[in-house]
Each structure stands twice: as C-alpha cells, then as structure tokens.
Design a protein around this ligand. Sequence first.
Ligand code: BTN
Length: 246
Amino acid sequence: MIIGSKLLFYQNLPSTNTFAAAMVRENSVPEGSIIITDYQSAGRGQMGNRWESEENKNLLISIVLFPSMIHPAEQFLLSTAVSLGICDFLRAHTGEISIKWPNDIYVKNDKIAGILIENSIMGDIIEHTIAGIGININQEIFISNAPNPVSLANITGKQYDLTESLSLLASCLDKRYKLLISENYDILRSDYLSLLYRRDQWHKYQDQAEIFTGRILKVSDTGRLIIEREDGTLNEYDFKEVEFLL
Ligand code: BTN
C-alpha cells in the first residue's frame, strides 16, 4: 500500500493541505502519507474559497505524493486518479455518482466531495503533490453559501464510522494511484469519461462571450473540457473559463 502507508492525525489544523506542504518542505515525508484532521479552522477550497466542515463529522485529508513519472503537461491524470478513487469509495454507499469537471464529486446534482490538488513543479518534474480531499460524510446541515452541498448522511439517513471510512477511502485511492504508476492511463481516462457529469446531454453554459447551449463531449489529455455547440463547433475550456448553468 502506498496511499495510507502512514497516517498522521491532528485534532485540528488550519488546513491539512497547508500543513502537509510545510511538512514536505521541512521533513522527509514518505510517499502516500495521509494527514488527517477532525477540524480545519481555515479549510481551503478551489479558487480561494473556504471549505466548510463541521468538527468531527467528515473526512478532511491531504495525501503527500511524489509523482515524478507524470510530466507536468499530464498533471490532470492526478486529478483523474484521485476523483476516481473517491467515486470508488462512495459507490460502496450510494449510487448516481458523477464527476463534475474538473474534479468535484457529485451525487445527482449536489456536491459531496471536493478536491484541491497542489503541485510543486520544477522544470519538467512534479516534485511533489499535495492532494487535499474533503468528503461530506455525517454532517447534516450546511451553513456556508456553498450552492449545493450534500453528505452521505443526507442521502442515506445513516451515520458512518470515520475510521472505517478512511481505511476504505485509502484503499480505493491506492488502487487508482497504482494504475497511474503502472501507466494504465487509458483505463483512468475512460473511467473518468464514463462518470463525467452532464456528458452527452444538452445544457446551458456561459463562457466569456455568451450563454450558449452545448453538450460535453470529453476532456482532453491536458484536462481541458470539450463542449460541442448546436451548430457542431467544438470549444475547449480551461478551469473557470466556462460556467455550468442550471
Ligand atoms: C473544492 O471543491 O473547492 C476543494 C475542497 C478541498 C477541501 C479539502 S479538505 C482537506 C484539504 N485541506 C484543505 O484546506 N482543503 C482540502
């Protein structure tokens, strides 16, 4: 086992990602180490957002990886593997799971998990990766202005043991990370595609120019979203260049 080979638990931290990055800079941390906490006072989400999580209710982890086999141009494979590991874990408890590009994990139309991957890149090498994961497990009420949070407890009406959940999650992530190490990129990419939220369905989107109707076809190897318009033209987007409308 690589992911989960070492567990470092802290009762509370500002952010497991920030703490993990400092640890990697200051000490030698074995690959696959998981930093886990019960509470974050400054949990970070994508685009500078905060990540809400009630104390002792959810999984809040950061994994330290040294993915030197991945060229920085292919770093989206890391998001792919981590997203799929989370989906594999959730599948043990619920259905209707999808990945909202680039790496939000959804159940139906609600967000159950978020991923914050931070890579340290030097030239052609990814020196280290901190893969931060927040999964809503037992929290029942959300107070932040996040648009559509949901937890496993909201979906199933059950409560879950966080230690058991962590152990299953680590093994699901480990399997996907091993596919990455063994260069099974095709499996990772096709599994990601098959779980892509709104794929092949016509919906409204907004880019810098306008609101338009389109359908998601796929994600490029560099992680760009490819959307077809009604007139058959294709557009490629980077993160935050396109917004999903209802
Ligand atoms: C997002 O969807 O905006 C990403 C959320 C990522 C949250 C996790 S919780 C554990 C780790 N530590 C952080 O500060 N953020 C990530």
